[in-house]
Design a protein around this ligand. Sequence first.
Ligand code: AMP
Length: 190
Amino acid sequence: MTATRILLLGPPGAGKGTQAERLVEEFGIPQISTGDMLRTAVAEGTDIGREAKTYMDRGDLVPDSVVIGVAEERLSKADAAEGFILDGFPRTTAQAQALDILLDRIGSKLERCVALVVDEEAVVKRLLKRAEIEGRSDDNEETIRNRMSVYHDSTKPLIEYYSERGLMAEVDGMGSVDDIADRIREALGD
Ligand code: AMP
């Protein structure tokens, strides 16, 4: 059986979003990206958006209490009942623990965590290029370096967290989108 309750982990710019979109097409399950949801909240000028913006512009993590609420609301929707692709959540141990509790409460369970392993200098270059194309306010060199260091300090420990639970699959995240998608598909099998 192929896992459909999936978490994609990896540094910013590793291609999680691109791969998540592939999985959405293939499995018909939703991508849950807290980054996308927070950007929408910022664009709409909601209270959450106003609170999140300062952190996002610096490349810092938005406080757990805010992000956990956003993720819980989305995961509780009917379309996530049969599967989901978490992209960019959880990013801290506290978020991972909150996710465990939430999934338990709604009778669900994470089936696989796929960590994209990439050359970080190559990724920084990719992010700088994306900054030019998309004009995201959190994509300048200083912010990108900060996001990478935040990933190391706060998010990378989750590889250990999910390894201990027997859910971790580390996948080579360098190469063509198709090749990486093939590796992920393999990692999602039994
Ligand atoms: P992303 O598009 O996933 O790279 O997220 C963009 C920004 O949104 C991050 O740099 C954080 O400021 C914020 N963000 C997204 N997801 C989270 C999360 N799970 N925890 C804290 N901050 C987040």
